[in-house]
Design a protein around this ligand. Structure first.
Ligand SMILES: CC(C)(COP(=O)(O)OP(=O)(O)OC[C@H]1O[C@@H](n2cnc3c(N)ncnc32)[C@H](O)[C@@H]1OP(=O)(O)O)[C@@H](O)C(=O)NCCC(=O)NCCS
Length: 176
């Protein structure tokens, strides 16, 4: 079995690198039509496979970070993703915190727990001056996660042809 490198741990979760075998568990998240209601469409199985590959190769090997598999520590079960990804916002590269959680486990604080760990990692390890989350205005749960992650609305933009709020948080001491 392929090595599953753990990047971050919280009280209930591990965030680890994806492996190709994650496709079935991740499809339960990214192919769900309600979970993906703020996206153009739920992902096909092939799109989930491509998404895992993109995160494994392009993001992890090239940038040094990616969206990671969100795994329950007590069972080892993959229940979503959370992590960091470079996004081009109006011509400028920003580091985004992104998250998706399997629908039957919503409202148990998992996204907030993982997003806060990614925020701390982005500031402490990556020394990012700012972290963002790009969120459709009608996506109230995602906006709440961003707010609980200490973010506020920085600006409103058209991104991927749709209106998005850019939530942001600055590193407290950029010199350190
Ligand atoms: C956004 C998402 C990841 C939140 O996951 P989660 O694990 O349920 O989030 P949390 O349990 O940490 O909840 C965070 C806050 O959002 C609120 N919330 C979660 N789901 C909600 C819902 N359906 N309606 C209203 N509020 C909701 C929680 O109550 C909590 O706020 P509170 O502490 O003030 O009560 C999840 O809803 C999801 O996967 N959505 C689809 C994918 C998506 O849109 N991702 C973000 C793209 S920008």
């Amino acid at each position: 079995m392929q090595e599953r490198r753990v990047i971050l741990e919280t009280s209930r979760l591990q965030l680890r690198e994806f492996v190709p075998e994650d496709i079935d568990a991740l499809a339960k998240v990214l192919s769900d039509p309600i979970t993906m209601q703020h996206y153009p469409a739920p992902y096909s199985r092939q799109e989930v496979a491509n998404w895992i590959e993109r995160n494994r190769r392009r993001r992890h090997q090239k940038d040094g970070y990616s969206l990671w598999a969100m795994v329950l520590k007590f069972s080892g079960e993959l229940i979503g993703d959370c992590g960091l990804a470079i996004q081009n916002v109006e011509g400028q590269n920003e580091i985004e915190i992104g998250y998706h959680v399997r629908r039957d486990l919503w409202k148990q604080g998992f996204a907030t727990e993982a997003a806060r760990a990614c925020r701390d990692y982005g500031f402490a390890q990556l020394k990012a001056p700012r972290l963002i989350s790009l969120i459709r205005p009608e996506n109230i749960p995602s906006r709440r996660v961003a707010e609980k992650n200490g973010m506020t609305i920085w600006k409103e933009i058209i991104w991927a042809a749709l209106p998005h709020f850019v939530y942001g948080i600055q590193r407290e001491n950029p010199a350190s």
